[in-house]
Design a protein around this ligand. Structure first.
Ligand code: ADP
Ligand code: MG
Length: 617
């Protein structure tokens, strides 16, 4: 077969363009990415070799060789891993199967340092070869197959593939260095980069030293070593290697579980939230090993979804080496490992939570995802709630539920909360006036998941969660800390006003009733008990989710407000009835606006406002 010429997928072309033209300043990472691929290829074949020994009949000692031809400015990175055949080369190096490249492009920030760190995370690591090379040749033969292949590209839109004889098992990548990257034709420089980025690769990386091969990395599975012998720097470097990251781990957890199931865990919580924290197609980030043999990095259930930001490795001896994918899904071992992991992580977070400032860093980065656990994890619900932090009306610091409970007022039995989008806006809501007057703290729930978890955990330490809209009687029982001005209307006046308002609103509202929640404002709007909250309704509309129906709304009025007593007074005068009706309509619009919603009929609203202004002037 002669040479075949193919074009890169359009997206790949764009990725290449950016990698080559904008991110070259952090070019060192090309070696980390290519070594990482070589190591993945060895991992894959070692695992497959357990089930199909024929595949590794020609050698089970996995290794990576790096060679420099200084005079020609060529570097070669070779592995004896799984290798690629004709179709693999096209699919893996010419197109991007997953949405990797698009995500990469969408997440570019323009900051070169940051953006080059993204390369490995998005599965576009191979293309970093073109940061330093103006031509790349890939020679590869897939384990178990006869035919070898040569892939060549200058990274400018197309590549070619042709058959090749006498190719070793695995993959050899030849980089023809650009004039501007000749610094990498120096073995010393390469050794330094390998030690910095790839020391923990579990396969030996060989380089030539005075004619004989020498292992450059420590090639040790870090997690198998004794904790006392591992330095903070080593942990950090390992974290960066497995997470393709450059930040510091916020938490490092290394332990051996003994008991029914034995395993070692080396887990990290990054400082920065991963880019795909809220993407459904994200890759799981904890790798599973058994007896140091890599098994898989995409076991979906090894970590519950609310802990998806945790990176690291788990190594257990309790799985047979030749475990198949189907078996992995069925075995109770993983379920037990997961339970243990979660318990350990939560315990560790409890300890870290004692330092508020440090814990706030974690919370701001991962809290939104972590809180989903209150909903998801039936078993650990209470603990997760205890570890959660919230905005509140009492200041800008995050508060815990335990803090909140310790500050509850006499007569208060519930944890009051309000849902919305922006704490600043929420703090000014009329709904909170009565709480403020009583010195009662209100938690401000601002994440979408906050609409849901209180159904799963209706109470914490025997205190019910209660939305402010349903505070009702309980609020009345709490003593006011500042006197609320104004006399309450007489019952009969109030009742006739409410009756008249109900007639005016017809069936646009479910009810009109008085409330103790308001101080400065005459009215506010709430959803009826059992209906979805106004905030959730707004969110659904924003995401164009079909609403079964709008929730029934209730207009609550402040019986001490001057305007309300004036309206009740006016109602006694027959000539003013239509004025009261107009005012009632305006009050309803005002309540909508206070909830951040549009008025129902802008033209009618304007007319009423105008006519009231005319009367006032
Ligand atoms: P990722 O490693 O995140 O998948 P890369 O761009 O680094 O993304 O590599 C793309 C794909 O190319 C890999 O998933 C793998 O299938 C293939 N590949 C790259 N290098 C090798 C190699 N040395 N041996 C076998 N396959 C490789
Ligand atoms: Mg890679």
């Amino acid at each position: 077969m002669s040479e075949e010429k193919l074009n890169f997928q359009a997206e790949v072309g764009r990725v290449l363009d950016i990698v080559v033209n904008s991110l070259y300043s952090d070019a060192d990472i090309f070696l980390r990415e290519l070594i990482s691929n070589a190591s993945d290829a060895c991992d894959k074949l070692r695992y497959m070799g357990l089930m199909y020994p024929d595949l590794i009949a020609d050698g089970a000692e996995f290794k990576i060789n790096i060679n420099v031809e200084k005079s020609k400015n060529i570097i070669t990175i070779a592995d004896n891993g799984i290798g690629m055949n004709h179709d693999d080369l096209i699919n893996n190096l010419g197109t991007i199967a997953k949405s990797g490249s698009l995500d990469f492009l969408n997440n570019l920030s323009g900051d070169v340092k940051k953006d080059s760190n993204l390369i490995g995370q998005f599965g576009v690591g191979f293309y970093s070869a073109f940061m330093v090379a103006d031509k790349v040749e890939v020679r590869s033969r897939r384990a178990g197959e006869e035919q070898g292949w040569l892939w060549v590209s200058d990274g400018k839109g197309s590549f070619s593939i042709s058959e090749l004889q006498n190719v070793q098992r695995g993959t050899e990548i030849k980089l023809f260095l650009k004039k501007t990257s000749l610094e990498y034709a120096d073995p010393m420089r390469l050794r330094q980069i390998i030690r910095q980025y790839s020391d923990h690769i579990a396969f030996p990386i060989y380089m030539d030293k005075e004619g004989s091969p020498e292992v450059v990395n420590s090639a040790l599975a870090l997690w198998t070593r004794n904790k006392a012998e591992i330095t903070v720097d080593q942990y950090r470097d390992f974290y960066r290697h497995i997470a393709h990251a450059f930040d510091e781990p916020w938490l490092t957890l290394h332990y051996k579980a003994e008991g029914a199931i034995e395993y070692t865990g080396l887990l990290f919580i990054p400082e920065q939230p991963p880019f795909d924290l809220f993407q459904l197609d994200r890759k799981p980030a904890v790798k599973l090993y058994t007896n140091r043999v890599f098994i898989s990095d995409d076991i979906p259930d090894l970590m519950p979804s609310y802990l998806r930001f945790v990176k690291g490795v788990i190594d257990t001896k309790d799985l047979p080496l030749n475990v198949s994918r189907e078996m992995l899904q069925k075995t109770p071992v993983l379920e037990k490992v997961r339970k243990g992991l979660v318990r350990r992580l939560l315990a560790e977070l409890k300890t870290k939570a004692k330092n508020n400032e440090d814990y706030a860093k974690f919370w701001n980065a991962m809290g939104k995802a972590f809180k989903e656990g209150i909903y998801e994890d039936t078993e650990n619900r209470e603990t997760i709630a205890q570890l959660s932090r919230f905005y509140s009306t009492s200041g800008n610091d995050l508060v815990s539920l335990d803090d909140y409970i310790s500050k509850m007022k006499e007569g208060q039995n519930s944890i009051f909360y309000m849902t919305g989008e922006n704490p600043e806006v929420m703090r000014n809501s009329p709904q909170l006036e009565g709480f403020e007057a009583r010195g009662v703290e209100v938690l401000l729930f601002t994440d979408p998941i906050d609409e849901f978890w209180p159904q799963a955990l209706p109470a914490y330490k025997d205190k019910n969660f209660k939305p402010v809209s349903m505070a009702g009687d309980e609020l009345e029982k709490i003593k006011k800390s500042s006197e609320i001005e104004g006399e309450e209307l007489s019952k009969t006046d109030l009742q006739s006003l409410i009756a008249y308002m109900k007639i005016t609103f017809g069936n646009t509202l479910k009810d009109v009733r008085t409330t103790d929640k308001l101080v400065k404002s005459p009215v506010c709007l709430v959803a009826a008990e059992g209906d979805i909250s106004l905030n959730l309704e707004r969110m659904m509309r924003l995401h164009q989710q079909p609403l079964a129906r709008e929730s029934d709304r209730i207009l609550e009025i402040n019986p001490r407000h001057k305007l309300i007593s004036k309206l009740a007074e006016a109602l006694k005068d027959d000539t003013k009835k239509s004025l009261v009706a107009d005012a009632a309509m305006l009050l309803l619009d005002q309540a909508l606006v206070a909830e951040g919603e549009p008025v129902k009929n802008p033209a009618a609203f304007m007319q009423r406002i105008t006519s009231f202004m005319l009367k006032g002037i």
